[in-house]
Ligand binder design. Structure first.
Ligand SMILES: [Zn+2]
Length: 295
């Protein structure tokens, strides 16, 4: 599969894709069907209500961001949407229906790679030129304690994440890239979610992460990992970028420099909401005013 080097084309699925797996928090099995769509955007439907109107995704649907991004879709809950949405947005998909038979998107291996591989196996179709990405007219900054996210005007999507953990196995990590479908698939999609050994028992006792295990999350224990090898030396920060991309999918990919320092689903989804509400000027991705001071 040759992934595109930019986001200049509208893309859909050549045929439906079906993936099943266990939800991280519920432990329940869920089937997800990705179907070609006639309409631009990401839409959700539930297989037990096949005739109900499809719900277009929007940041206003976020209901919980403590351990994953969970949505309320016209009264129906849907948890852990971020890795699937990262795969759709990162790979450049623009027209997709997401159909589910449960309340939580399967975690699979904890990364976006199984979604990417399933779509690659089915193939994509070119639906013509893509409208320009949303430009950011003025910087947006959101802060929570010593964490922040910001989005600044830029000529192309340039994403950065930084994390800082006292555990020596993670420490300080920074990762930046110009986002393209091929860069997403190569650099971001394989990065798995991560957690901490001392939190696992607490979360299980609280009825959460019932579907979590050493095969779908990296587990950090101080200065070592319980389940090496890592796919990248800096896999945790790459996964933070994966989560950021998935949360931005609620509004769409902005043509902006986006930085998340110690980011979280809460901050990411607030940024998506701010972008949805922001005044923007749409110009061609490759044209318009030249910007300076873009690193
Ligand atoms: Zn994640």
């Amino acid at each position: 599969m040759n992934w595109s080097s930019d986001y200049s084309r509208s893309l859909g699925l050549a045929a439906p894709v079906e993936v099943s797996g266990v939800g991280l928090h519920s432990g329940a099995t869920c089937c997800v069907q990705l179907r070609p769509s006639q309409t631009k955007g990401f839409f959700v439907g539930f297989l037990d209500e096949p005739h109900a109107p499809l719900v277009p995704l929007h940041p206003a649907q976020v209901r919980d961001t403590r351990l994953c991004t969970a949505l309320n879709l016209n009264g129906r809950p849907l948890a852990t949407v971020e890795h699937l949405l990262a795969a759709l947005l990162g790979c450049g998909l623009t027209h997709v229906e997401i159909w589910l038979d449960g309340h939580e998107v399967p975690l699979l291996d904890g990364s976006a790679l199984p979604w990417v591989e399933a779509m690659a196996a089915t193939g994509l179709v070119d639906l013509g030129p893509r409208p320009s990405l949303q430009e950011v007219a003025a910087p947006i900054t959101l802060q929570q304690g010593d964490s922040f996210v910001m989005a600044c005007p830029a000529e192309r999507p340039l994403l950065s994440a930084a994390i800082e953990f006292p555990q020596a196995a993670i420490g300080r990590q920074l990762f930046s890239l110009v986002l393209t479908p091929e860069a997403f698939v190569r650099e971001i999609a394989p990065a798995r979610t991560f957690g901490f050994r001392d939190q696992v028992d607490q979360l299980r006792a609280a009825g959460l992460i019932q579907g979590g295990g050493l095969d779908n999350a990296l587990v950090c224990d101080g200065d070592q990992w319980l389940n090496p090898p890592l796919r990248f030396a800096d896999e945790p920060v790459r996964h933070k970028l994966l989560d950021l991309i998935g949360d931005l999918a609620l509004v769409g990919l902005p043509c902006a420099q986006v930085m998340a320092f110690r980011g979280s689903h809460s901050l990411h989804t607030q940024l998506a909401a701010a972008l949805a509400a922001a005044p923007s000027c749409l110009t061609a991705l490759s044209g318009g005013q030249e910007l300076t001071n873009v690193a």
